[in-house]
Design a binder for this molecule. Structure first.
Ligand SMILES: Nc1ncnc2c1ncn2[C@@H]1O[C@H](COP(=O)(O)OP(=O)(O)OP(=O)(O)O)[C@@H](O)[C@H]1O
Ligand SMILES: [Mg+2]
Length: 254
């Protein structure tokens, strides 16, 4: 394996994925530098979540490799990747609905760091809830929160694992403009503290506000990449979105 530069956080090399006969990812390659915020866009079914699943160990590619912080991690299970500093949120939030918001976040704080003393983990979990603006929701059952807040609980749980790389799969779906602005400011602050981010969202305004660079995926292939303002004018990207319910040119959301 060729040596990679130390500033590279993630390297995705020629990933191929099939579901049955269907080719879902076709030779996807890109790299992500430490401290970068990289966006990923693409119409429904383009393969964005599948790519996230492969990077985070939930699915295995047919071929190709994933290198995280200089280690080949393609075959690693999700929990090992999580302990190594890779956290993610899911398109459908994977929270524990019968547990409180604080207990959900506590799971992240407690499991990842060799089970620290409970008060210490509770303090960390409370801090992470405050980071996402849910400090007053700690005692609320997570399943009783509206969906956008469940997404934030999942984000807080991911942050409680103290990740180096965070993947966000449509975290902003259903957010109000105020919540979106708060999220964007929060993500930029986390980046300033050293976090590297890869996020996909149909709300292009979020990507425009936070990303340095965006990749466009269509039918499992990267068809364009560049700064967000330039990317949405790329003819290949415009064409990929024509006829879909998402109009990125008008910055419309879901
Ligand atoms: N477990 C699976 N088994 C079979 N097909 C799957 C599976 N997961 C995803 N697919 C198919 O693979 C393709 C890519 O799906 P994926 O969920 O990665 O797309 P996406 O870009 O995340 O779409 P969306 O914007 O709707 O979230 C789709 O056609 C989807 O139906
Ligand atoms: Mg998806």
């Amino acid at each position: 394996m060729a040596a990679i530069a130390p500033q590279v956080c993630l390297e995705v090399r020629q990933i191929k994925k099939f579901f049955g006969d269907r080719s879902v990812l076709r030779d996807v390659s890109f790299s992500l530098e430490k401290g970068e915020i990289l966006g990923l866009i693409g119409p429904n079914g383009a393969g964005k979540t599948t790519l996230f699943n492969i990077i985070s160990g939930w699915q295995k590619p047919a071929s190709g490799s994933v290198v995280f912080c200089g280690q080949e991690t393609t075959a690693w299970p999700p929990d090992r990747l999580s302990r190594a500093g890779l956290a993610r949120t899911f398109q459908s939030p994977q929270i524990f609905p019968e547990m409180t918001a604080l207990e959900n976040v506590l799971m992240g704080a407690w499991l990842q760091r060799q089970r620290p003393p409970l008060p210490e983990a509770q303090e960390e979990a409370g801090y992470c809830l405050s980071l996402v603006g849910l400090m007053d929701k700690g005692p609320t059952l997570a399943g009783e929160l509206p969906l956008p807040q469940q997404r934030l609980v999942e984000l807080a749980r991911a942050l409680a694992t103290r990740p180096r790389l965070l993947l966000l799969d449509e975290i902003a779906a259903g957010f109000s403009q105020v919540a979106l602005n708060r999220l964007a400011a929060g993500l930029l602050k986390l980046r300033d503290q050293g976090l590297t981010l890869l996020l996909t969202d149909h709300l292009f305004t979020l990507l425009e506000a936070v990303t340095d660079r965006v990749l466009a995926l269509d039918h499992g292939e990267i068809i364009a990449q560049g700064p967000p303002a330039a990317l949405i004018r790329d003819p290949a990207v415009v064409s990929a979105y024509l006829g879909t319910r998402y109009c990125i040119i008008n910055h419309g959301g879901a």
